[in-house]
Design a protein around this ligand. Structure first.
Ligand code: FEO
Ligand code: CA
Ligand code: CA
Ligand code: CA
Length: 598
């Protein structure tokens, strides 16, 4: 008999059971290995990581903290090597820095430079589906650390707006650094998009929060309760540089194939807590980016490019495609239910235009107003308040759009009543493994929304939708697994990042499981008789959130990020609750790859 297929889309596997282990646990027959850890060398000349001798100069050359999005971009002419592109979303200072070794200001600076992104060349390992970092860095000209000193060029209609100008950038065209990069996506033209999410947390009040932007700051959660960075870098002090926060909260585009290319922030895609951006090329050739604003009660968005993608692969085509995200139309979603008599959470919806590069469709707001303060613009046109829209991703096989709606403990309150797209005011949770389910207010386990553009026209305004998954323990009455037999599915809680394999199965990573287990990664078919059959493929170590997932290399490899292992209340560097991946006496967030082990 032949060995079982290495193809992750075809292999049958027994689901991983909920657990609290300090390990990555993959389904039997599979294994995983670490590809690159926090502190590992990224660019030539980087020193060997030493937790007790961290420096800013070293951090600028080493793999940053809290890896999140994972992309794998092909290298021209090769299949055995590729470029891994990773976000470093945020820092856990208590887990990163030994007590008493660094001053408070050193901690701030080291934390700053552990944010950003990394580009790392990787190569196939001996076992099919496995991958390793290429350690001879002189052979890796594309390797790159994007950090708080990296220059980003602003593009699109808001460039140069007075509210984007600062002392360091009086023309409002160039931003130093990117922050809180959460999810992302690969474009069909070979670049990577990355969302700047909770950027609001980095700004201090200093001498007082300026009143001029009170409404704008409030809508974005910019309170002045920052991380104290303003005392070591004045641009993070609102009283000294009130416009600096306007320069974050964008979608960033990076060309990983060219380490000297200038990364860009696209104002045309609006400013909010961008989770990520994922592109599909519409039938008429335009690029359509789907996006979520990850906040309780915020919105789903899409952007439709003015120009069509040129697929010809010439140098001129590439230049043209790099401009696609600078002009077009930005929309926000309104969802209407069709009633619950049909036993399904479903209905229709409209994409409401906010602006294009020349014209605002929001009364009283200019194009720049709409792009700089997109949340305030959307508030005026009546979109649907969603339960934390995270990854929003087109399925390349069935062309439908899937959105992870992680949770919303406020759903069902007066300010945020239930509707058919956000139907749960209570949900069943579990305090620990083995404990009974108990009711909690709000939507605690999240949903996966399926959105079908009318006629599969991704540039159009009308769509239909349904909740393919109402997550939770299948024993809870409110859960729904696409109509599949609930006695045969894995419990799933708090869907966050999404990805598709080449057969159109959805892969889901979770963040914040409230059923007593560690987070993990799940596979679920989106069509056919197995539609809705959620099976758990792996769990990540205790305290960690599962990020990334990316099925690639002929469906033999699942890349994923283990973010904040050991993030367990009360932990200090000396009393680590986790030492995963067990190479040191403290945890190291790492990108891993899972594959068949025999
Ligand atoms: Fe970084 Fe929206 O999770
Ligand atoms: Ca219905
Ligand atoms: Ca999340
Ligand atoms: Ca996440």
């Amino acid at each position: 008999a032949r060995a079982q297929s290495r193809d992750l889309t075809r292999s049958w596997f027994r689901p991983v059971r909920p657990n609290k282990r300090h390990a990555v646990v993959t389904a039997t027959g599979f294994t995983s290995s670490v590809v690159v850890r926090w502190g590992d060398k990224v660019v030539a000349g980087a020193p060997t990581f030493d937790a007790y001798r961290q420096t800013v100069e070293a951090a600028k050359t080493q793999f940053g903290y809290n890896c999140d999005y994972v992309g794998l971009v092909p290298l021209a002419g090769r299949t055995d090597e590729a470029l891994l592109v990773v976000n470093h979303e945020y820092t856990n200072e208590n887990l990163m820095f030994p007590t008493g070794v660094y001053t408070a200001d050193e901690v701030k600076r080291l934390a700053m430079y552990n944010h950003g992104m990394s580009v790392v060349r990787v190569r196939q390992g001996r076992t099919p589906g496995s991958w390793k970092q290429v350690k001879v860095l002189s052979r890796c000209p594309e390797n790159r650390r994007l950090h708080l000193d990296t220059r980003f060029r602003l593009t699109g209609p808001a460039v140069g707006d007075p509210r984007l100008r600062t002392k360091a950038d009086p023309r409002g065209t160039t931003v130093r650094g990117t922050l809180n990069n959460c999810a992302g996506g690969m474009t069909p033209w070979g670049t990577v998009l990355s969302g700047e999410e909770n950027f609001n947390q980095y700004f201090d009040a200093g001498a007082g929060v300026p009143a001029e932007y009170a409404a704008e700051y409030a809508r974005y959660g910019i309170t002045g309760a920052g991380k104290g960075w303003g005392t070591v870098e004045p641009r993070f002090d609102l009283s000294q540089e009130p416009h600096e926060p306007h320069r974050f909260g964008w979608v960033v585009e990076v060309d990983p194939s060219n380490a000297s290319s200038v990364p860009r922030k696209h104002t045309m895609l609006g400013r909010f807590k961008h989770e990520g951006a994922n592109i599909i090329i519409a039938k008429n050739g335009r690029a359509v980016a789907y996006m979520g604003d990850d906040e309780r009660g915020d919105y789903l968005y899409k952007f439709v490019s003015r120009e069509k993608m040129d697929p010809s692969g010439t140098r001129a085509a590439r230049r043209h495609n790099l401009g696609l995200l600078t002009a077009g139309t930005l929309y926000v979603a309104r969802l209407s239910g069709d009633g619950s008599a049909d036993g399904q959470h479903d209905g229709t919806g409209r994409w409401i235009p906010l602006c294009d590069e020349n014209t605002s469709y929001v009364p009283g707001m200019s194009v720049a107003d709409v792009l700089l303060f997109t949340r305030l613009a959307s508030d005026k046109v009546g979109p649907t308040k969603m339960d934390r829209p995270e990854d929003v991703e087109p399925n390349p096989v069935n062309k439908k759009i899937y959105a992870a709606l992680t949770n919303n403990s406020n759903r069902g309150t007066e300010a945020m009543p239930v509707d058919e797209a956000n139907p749960l005011a209570t949900s069943m949770v579990r305090s620990a493994l083995g404990e009974p389910l108990t009711a909690a207010s709000g939507n605690r386990n999240g949903y996966v929304l399926e959105l079908t553009e009318d006629g599969d026209r991704h540039t159009g305004r009308a769509f239909s939708w349904d909740l393919m998954l109402v997550c939770g323990d299948p024993a809870a009455a409110e859960t729904w697994f696409g109509g599949f037999d609930k006695s045969k599915v894995s419990p799933i809680s708090c869907p966050d990042n999404l990805s598709f394999d080449s057969r159109g199965n959805l892969w889901i990573s979770t963040d914040g499981n409230v059923l007593g287990s560690n987070d993990g990664i799940f596979r679920v078919p989106t069509s056919g008789p197995e539609r809705g059959r959620v099976v758990q493929f792996l769990t990540v170590p205790a305290g960690a959130e599962a990020c990334g997932p990316l099925v690639t290399d002929g469906d033999r490899s699942l890349f994923f990020a283990v973010q904040h292992p050991g993030e367990i209340t009360g932990a200090t560097f000396e009393e680590q609750a986790s030492t995963w991946p067990h190479t040191d006496d403290f945890p190291r967030p790492s990108v891993c790859v899972a594959y068949r082990d025999r």
